[in-house]
Design a protein around this ligand. Structure first.
Ligand SMILES: [Zn+2]
Length: 411
């Protein structure tokens, strides 16, 4: 199969770097008409299309990056439904599922999720994997084998999602040691109500472990409606007390922050930016699970305050979170499903640079990928090309897409 080709397409202006900028034809929605050529899997030429009368019939995006998912429990909704659809129900069904969990079941879910994600246009994914003391370490060896098996098509990162105290046990230390040679991220949950002293103690142990083995941390934090920002405040205090600044930290969710005052959000945002803490906003699960009262409809839905955090120079990514499990019953590893829900929900204009940054560029930085996601000469020919001419087509239900991986059409 050929890994070279040529196409006339529309590309969002802030996603492409082109030398001949002055001759660009840019439409109302900031889409530029471009002729793109790729050879041997890499972009070899980008040229503005001069003919003003004729608009290309396809929109090209770089392949997508998913910053936050849970492959180990995807598609279990049928066997483990949470019909009340609240956080408490999700957690209790999740723990029920652990009792029947086997290595093979997890691997089957991961492989199914991966194949769908690749077909739908992802190039990299970070997935959390539930981790607990009674679990055998074998699962990790198999997960790393899958990571290798799919490497030519997708970059896969794993976070061990464990209770914070797990990182203060010998099993925690053993896993951190394995991660230091094989890759892997330390994960945990900080959601109020909690005992501040205990959280701070275990968080310190976790930070020191990450520092010892040079690992990253990704926390589910402040995924709640109560005690706004309680988790992030403890985290910032703990980092301050330990005086370690070198650990890359991601805060997933941070949804309760939205209940703080504008001034408080900006203030916390500045402190986070100063510590280089990155944020993942996860609107779908948050809007579905939190502040639920089945008798009334509430407008009050917590989600990370994306625009305020970006204003404070925090690098914010969008993620999708759960797929057909007790936490969220819908989705199928399709970036366009996530965007069709999230963009109107969050009032993010897709033609704006900061929106596109949270979808493509910030996620590439978060996963520390070799390619930043900008379409430019020399970048990988990793595209999703849609039959579309405007943003309304992108968020329509009958989307026709072609996925190119290293210049080759994926079938
Ligand atoms: Zn999650």
């Amino acid at each position: 199969m050929s890994n070279s080709g040529k196409a006339e397409v529309l590309i969002p202006r802030s996603l492409c770097l082109i030398e001949d900028f002055d001759n660009l034809n840019i439409d109302l929605e900031d889409l530029c008409s471009i002729s793109i050529t790729w050879e041997d899997g890499f972009v070899s030429e980008l040229k503005p299309i001069k003919n003003e009368g004729k608009k290309p019939e396809n929109i090209l995006f770089p392949r997508f990056v998913e910053t936050h998912s849970h492959f180990d429990k995807s598609f279990i909704w049928e066997d483990f439904p949470n019909l009340e659809s609240n956080y408490r129900g999700a957690l209790s069904v999740n723990l029920e599922e652990h009792k029947t969990r086997t290595k093979d079941k997890v691997l089957e879910r991961v492989e199914k999720s991966l194949k769908l994600a690749i077909k739908n246009g992802y190039r990299a994914i970070r997935s959390h994997i539930d981790t607990y003391k009674s679990q055998s370490i074998d699962i990790w060896i198999e997960l790393f084998k899958l990571q290798k098996k799919f490497l030519s098509e997708l970059t896969l990162q794993f976070v061990a999602l464990a209770p914070l105290e797990f990182w203060d046990t010998s099993s925690g230390e053993e896993l951190a040691k394995i991660f230091s040679s094989r890759g892997g991220i330390l994960g945990g949950v900080i959601v109020p109500p909690f005992n501040k002293k205990d959280i701070s103690k275990f968080l310190s142990k976790m930070l020191l472990l990450a520092s010892k083995y040079k690992l990253e941390i990704d926390l589910h934090i402040d995924e709640s409606i109560i005690e706004p920002g309680a988790g992030i405040k403890v985290l910032l205090e703990t980092i301050e007390n330990l005086q370690i600044n070198s650990i890359p930290i991601t805060c997933s969710h941070l949804s309760s922050l939205i209940s703080l005052s504008h001034h408080e959000i900006l203030n916390l945002g500045e402190k986070m930016a100063d510590k280089n803490i990155k944020v993942i906003a996860l609107p779908l699960t948050n809007f579905w699970l939190l502040n639920r009262d089945n008798k009334t409809t509430s407008f009050k839905r917590p989600v990370a305050p994306i625009k305020q955090l970006q204003k404070s120079h925090v690098d914010v990514s969008l993620g999708s979170d759960n797929v057909q499990d007790p936490w969220y019953p819908f989705g199928n590893f399709d970036p366009f499903y996530v965007l069709s829900c999230a963009i109107p929900m969050l009032q993010l204009n897709p033609w704006e640079r900061m929106t596109l940054s949270s979808i493509f560029l910030a996620p590439s930085r978060l996963l520390n990928l070799k390619w930043d996601g900008l379409i430019k000469k020399g970048c990988p020919a990793d595209f999703v090309i849609l039959d579309a001419q405007r943003w309304a087509d992108v968020f329509s239900c009958n989307l026709k897409r072609k996925v190119f991986i290293k210049g080759e059409l994926h079938r």
